[in-house]
Design a protein around this ligand. Structure first.
Ligand code: F6R
Length: 264
C-alpha cells in the first residue's frame, strides 16, 4: 500500500488525474472503475483539462461506475448518471456504449440485474484501475459498515449517517433515497489497481482507521489492506490522524527512486 500525502486538494486531484491519464495513455482501452462524490470533482476537472488541452483520448476507454441510488432515473439531477455526464462524460470523447452505470430504476429482479452488471465487468476483462472515495463511516462504493468482504454487486440499504451526509445534495423537502445498487467489496478487490481519494479533516479519523486500523467489516475501506496495489491519494488534512506519516513520505520518495513504475 502507498500513501501519497499531498499539500492540498488541488494537488491530490492533479495527482489522481495524472495516474488515470497515465493508465489511459499506456493502455487506450483501459477499463476504469469510477466513483462519484464531491472528492472526485477536482480529478474529473483535471482529466477534462488534459483531454481539451493535451488531447488525452478516451475514445477506447471502458468505464464501470460503482453505484447508483435506487429509485433515481438517469435524468434526475442528483443521480450518479447525471453527476458523471455533467462532470466528465459529456466533456470528453468517451463513447456512450463504453459507459456502464448501475440502473437506479431497475424494478423486479434485482439479483438478476446485479448479476448482469458483474457479468458485464467480467466480459469486458475486469477493471484495470478502480477509483474510490471514502465515506465518513469508512464505506467504499455504498458498502456500508458490516458489508461482507466477499460481497458482489447488490442492493444495499444506506445507513442514516450516509443519508445525512448526502442530503445536502438534495433540495429542501426532496426525498433522499434509502437504498442503492453498489458493486461489492469482492468486486472492488478484483480490480488490478486501486486509487482511493480523500480530502479534509472530516475524513481524517476514517482514513487512519482504513490504513492503520484492524481489517474489519466495520470500516469497509480497511479491506484495501488486503489488496496488492492500492494507493491512497489524500491531502494533509485527511492524513492528519495517521501515525506513520513520515514513514509514508519516505516510502514515496524511495518508490520514486527505485520503482517509479509503481507510481504511474
Ligand atoms: C460514490 C461512492 C461513495 C463516495 C463517498 C465519498 O460513487 O461510491 O463511496 O465516494 O461517499 O463521498 P464524498 O466524496 O462526497 O465525500
Amino acid at each position: 500500500m502507498l500513501v501519497h500525502l499531498n499539500p492540498s486538494y488541488e494537488e491530490l486531484s492533479r495527482e489522481a488525474a495524472r495516474i488515470v491519464a497515465s493508465a489511459v495513455r499506456s493502455q487506450p482501452s483501459v477499463r476504469l472503475g469510477l466513483a462519484t462524490g464531491s472528492t472526485t470533482l477536482g480529478m474529473y476537472g483535471e482529466l477534462v483539462r488534459l483531454h481539451k488541452e493535451e488531447g488525452l483520448d478516451f475514445s477506447k476507454v471502458v468505464t464501470f461506475n460503482l453505484d447508483e441510488y435506487l429509485g433515481l432515473a438517469a435524468e434526475h439531477p442528483q443521480s450518479f448518471h447525471c453527476f458523471m455526464r455533467k462532470n466528465f462524460f459529456e466533456r470528453v470523447n468517451i463513447k456512450p456504449e463504453n459507459i456502464h452505470i448501475p440502473d437506479g430504476m431497475i424494478g423486479g429482479d434485482y439479483e438478476e440485474y446485479c448479476d448482469s452488471y458483474e457479468r458485464a465487468i467480467r466480459e469486458a476483462g475486469g477493471i484495470d484501475l478502480q477509483i474510490l472515495g471514502i465515506g465518513r463511516n469508512g464505506h467504499i462504493g455504498f458498502n456500508e459498515p458490516t458489508s461482507s468482504f466477499g460481497s458482489r454487486t447488490r442492493l444495499k440499504v444506506l445507513t442514516s449517517e450516509t443519508i445525512e451526509d448526502n442530503r445536502k445534495f438534495f433540495g429542501a423537502g426532496e426525498e433522499m433515497p434509502e437504498c442503492a445498487i453498489t458493486m461489492g467489496i469482492g468486486t472492488i478487490l478484483e480490480a488490478k489497481k486501486i486509487l482511493l481519494l480523500a480530502t479534509g479533516e472530516a475524513k481524517a479519523e476514517t482514513v487512519a482507521e482504513a490504513i492503520e486500523g484492524p481489517i474489519t467489516a466495520s470500516v469497509t475501506a480497511s479491506c484495501l489492506q488486503l489488496h496488492p496495489d492500492v494507493t491512497f491519494v489524500i491531502d494533509e488534512a485527511a492524513g492528519g490522524r495517521l501515525k506513520q506519516r513520515d514513514y509514508y513520505r519516505r516510502v514515496m520518495e524511495m518508490t520514486a527512486r527505485f520503482t517509479p513504475n509503481r507510481l504511474s
